[in-house]
Design a protein around this ligand. Structure first.
Ligand code: SER
Length: 391
């Protein structure tokens, strides 16, 4: 199944169960939202999970582009991406967790053809704020014949320190060669694909937890990871959306392994962030974008500083923008990337000679860092990189 087939199958399934499409949001949340980027399908729905009526009704589904900088250090392995698409479904005070899990099971087995014997679930086993074990979710899985493991804090979901939260049930698919062994907490070949959260509580800024006026269900499933599992593969980087990047980057610059994955992920993510109107800068979203590009360029230039993003074919950008439903002019996006590369090259050139001069006087002091940053625009991590390069 292609990502488009998967998305259609997912949405059709929820339409049949009376869900309306919730509009997809930009990666850039509206003004006043405390987060830099949309991190999950539920994020734009937060006011509705807290009780406001949604114009689309009480059953919703969609596909939402997401960016998670919390996973940035894990990018480079074969299953994490900075920007990804999340398939989501919601019951806003409507049906319960048992219904959500049963519909989810039906979609995975009948809709996507995953053998039930390759599934494993986890549920909340109690803990934290005195919330008891989630017997309903456990009994639902047992009734469906799916093995289930009860865990603690890992199965309590929140989108940040405050806001709606509650116990969750995670669904794993066996990706090993032989028959399934162990459980999700004991064998990493169980790969998580879907999370069903019961949004029952509201965490307040002072840490208090109060019950929400009605209990809702929020589910999220990463499209790229599901595609990987359905292909029987173990890397998201061989999927339809990533392969054009891996091929273009690998062919042009002869990168392999984690380097190839980091450069492919970061450039693809940068394109989607640019597609939502963010421009490189020194603060906030612009800085995240700048860091993604600089990390990619740093890897590229390690072996050959002459490499340039100018060599990437515009079709790769175009393919990603289409997949993320972003009607953006490829030419101007390409120009922004190349301009940012030019700035970074210039900054490194100036930075190298400045850092050499400062270093000649002895180890860098806090004052040196401040001077390099405030007077010459060299951020600390870049200075540290130049120091490591020189030592
Ligand atoms: N909010 C949950 C997650 O992001 C499910 O949507 O995993």
């Amino acid at each position: 199944m292609t990502p488009d087939d998967i998305t259609r199958t997912f949405l059709d399934h929820y339409h049949r169960h009376g869900h309306q499409d919730a509009p997809e949001s930009s990666l850039v949340p509206p003004p006043g939202d405390p987060v830099l980027f949309t991190t999950s399908g539920m994020h734009p729905l937060t006011p509705y999970l807290l009780g406001r009526p949604h114009p689309g009704g009480r059953r919703l589904a969609n596909v939402q582009r997401c960016l998670r900088t919390t996973d940035l250090d894990e990018v480079g392995d074969s299953t994490h991406l900075t920007v990804f698409q999340m398939l989501g479904s919601w019951s806003l005070g409507d049906y319960d967790i048992a219904t959500s899990l049963r519909w989810g099971f039906g979609l995975l087995t009948d809709g996507f053809g995953i053998p039930a014997g390759r599934l494993h679930a986890t549920v909340f086993g109690g803990g934290g704020d005195g919330e008891g074990p989630d017997d309903t979710a456990r009994d639902t899985w047992t009734g469906l014949g799916v093995p289930v493991e009860a865990l603690g804090e890992d199965n309590w979901w929140s989108n940040g320190p405050t806001g709606p939260c509650g116990p969750d049930s995670e669904i794993f698919v066996w990706t090993g060669d032989g028959p399934p062994t162990g459980t999700p907490s004991t064998d990493a070949r169980w790969v998580e694909v879907w999370n069903h959260v019961q949004m029952r509580y509201h965490r307040h800024p002072d840490g208090r937890l109060t019950p929400l006026p009605h209990s809702s269900i929020d589910t999220g499933m990463g499209l790229e990871r599901l595609e990987m599992v359905l292909r029987g593969d173990r890397s998201v980087f061989t999927g339809d959306g990533l392969r054009p990047w891996v091929d273009a980057v690998g062919e042009r610059w002869d990168l392999r392994g984690a380097d190839l994955r980091v450069v492919s992920d970061h450039l693809r993510s940068a394109v989607v962030v640019l597609g939502d109107g963010v421009r490189p800068g020194n603060t906030g979203r612009g800085y995240v974008l700048r860091r993604l590009l600089r990390r990619a360029l740093t890897v590229l230039w390690r072996d050959d500083p002459a490499r340039t993003l100018n060599d990437l074919p515009p079709q790769v950008y175009g393919d990603t923008l289409r997949r993320f439903r972003q009607p953006v002019d490829v030419g101007s996006l390409h120009a922004t990337l190349v301009d940012e590369e030019r700035r970074f090259r210039g900054l490194l050139r100036r930075g190298r000679s400045l850092v050499d001069r400062v270093r000649a006087r002895g180890p860098l002091t806090e004052r040196d860092y401040h001077w390099l940053h405030d007077t010459h625009g060299l951020p600390r991590d870049l200075v540290d990189g130049l120091l490591a390069e020189a030592s």
